[in-house]
Design a protein around this ligand. Structure first.
Ligand code: TYD
Length: 144
């Protein structure tokens, strides 16, 4: 997806299959099935102090699926035209974040674990960390 054209409507909530078991449930994400991308990297945020805000950047090429493996938090998505906020609070719902979307993650509950499945390995070159640069790339016009 082209970074300039992507918009928040491309970022859908994905309901993962839940394998029920009285002794505990399992949800699986497996490469090669009908998932939006193959995973090259997994990371997770934990021990997040109350009031912390994570994210605050966009990616040029990276696709991510963000899940609340435990607890809850809010994901704010921004395409420089529109914003939406999605609360994640179940381990079997993820939000697909396509390239060219500014994201912030806020309102972490105590003990929350934010699990991120990513389409590429870590590369600092893929980040856009400056919000006005992001708006410029997206073609948004700022009125002074
Ligand atoms: P960053 O993605 O900016 O964190 P967040 O969006 O959660 O606030 O990453 C924070 C730091 O962690 C960054 O400076 C580099 C390091 N990092 C890695 O080394 N590898 C990774 O895969 C990630 C996601 C981050």
């Amino acid at each position: 997806m082209k970074i300039v054209q992507s918009d928040i409507h491309n970022c859908n909530v994905v309901e993962m299959e839940k394998n029920h078991n009285p002794a505990g449930n399992i949800t699986v994400y497996q490469n090669g099935s009908s998932q939006p991308f193959d995973v090259k990297r997994v990371y997770y945020l934990y021990d997040v102090p109350g009031g912390s805000e994570r994210g605050g950047h966009a990616h040029k090429e990276l696709y991510q699926l963000i899940l609340a493996a435990s607890g809850s938090f809010d994901v704010i998505l921004d395409d420089a035209r529109n914003k939406k906020i999605i609360q994640l609070n179940r381990p079997y719902y993820g939000i697909l974040v396509v390239p060219g979307i500014w994201r912030e993650i806020v309102n972490f509950s105590s003990g929350a674990i934010c699990l991120v499945l990513a389409s590429e390995k870590y590369s600092e070159d893929d980040y856009i960390r400056d919000y006005s640069e992001f708006r410029k790339i997206k073609g948004a016009v700022d009125v002074d």
